[in-house]
Design a protein around this ligand. Sequence first.
Ligand SMILES: [Zn+2]
Length: 442
Amino acid sequence: MPVATPPLEDGTVITEHDRIVWVGPRVHAPAGGRDEVLGEHRIITPGLVNAHTHLELTTMRGFLEDLPFFEWVRTLTRARAEVLEDSDLRDAALLGVAEGLRAGITTFGDTGASAAPFDALRALGARGVAYREVFGPDPAQAAAALAGLQSQVSAMRRHATPLVRVGVSPHAPYSVSNALFSAVAAWAAQESLPMAVHVAESEAEDALVQRGEGPFADFLRGRGIAVARRAPGSVPLMRATGMARADTLLIHCVRASAEDIRAIANAGCGVAHCPASNAKLGHGVAPLAEFVAAGARVGLGSDSMASNNEMDMLAEARTALLQQRARTALPAAAGFSARSAFRLATLGGAEALRLDEEVGSLEAGKQADLVVFAIEPTSAPAPDPLAALIFAPRGTRVERVIIAGEERVRDGRVAGFDPAVADRVHAAAGRLHQWRSAELAR
Ligand SMILES: [Zn+2]
């Protein structure tokens, strides 16, 4: 399944060190080298791309169910600060990467408030961009917040590798002032750092940005921060503060107008569409078909385990496809076939993260990031392997995952992953639930 070109039956992929050197039908494959036959009912695909996640929050799976968005964000933020230690964040990030790898994800776009995701990606040999988060809704604290971010990022950059890069993420309009957006955008441009930002996600965010009202406005005023109408919408706010650059990843974009979509496509920004998270938190369905039609660089994100609660890009692609068909009432709206949904989970994600010259498809010259799926012929709708992957993912199983030519997963086992990490994450999740019960009893 090369993605950039049509599927090949009896295909062969030839790799050399960390690169793909040849892709084509087996009958034409050049001889020589070690040859491995995978056998029947196997699909070789490029590594899947999760364009947006929060690996350090894997502990929070199922922690905050069914809360309104403002309360969800506030409780999550307080719990992270009051309950989780640095070691908990490290364990959560490792478990998150392992879960993603087992599901065939080789490239992660992570936004994190700590260096834990960056360290976990490197430790398990995964690829990705670790966007370091910065928060600061009070404009008076913008300079201090930027200085803090600069020192954290320079420490991370000393350990960046060809596989794991560093970016920055001013979190969202409700947690970052205009002054901080502008300051980070200017510094990131100067340093050639990619950026990511949560944007146009919720009604509560719109109320704050467009009218200076709603739960976020009340909360900020309660902390003595002046709140006024900031922009006609979050996308115009990103443009006004210099955030809407070609190497910026805009996360969510649920509440994007036709004008916003044009502006995002023209600016060349990436978009991380998170269909399960947006639906689960009750934010609605993003205009994905319109983004794709406008030529925007769109990929799929799982978002954090606090709002999904699993990391599976095939499930995400299926949800995205079904939502758009349901929303538009067209059987193949804007080309939403299984093939285009699978493209979003691979090459689209690579484009959104600006890594598409390296990964996202099986092409000579690209990195050898490969997944081997085994198909159960009785539970998957053969003979169309793409329909199997997208519409019957339970009939498929990740058999092997290779990143930059190195095998990272075989038959569910992640190389270098200590199973004790999962036990510690389970224990930390227990402490979170205790904290929450005590809060509710108060
Ligand atoms: Zn997020």
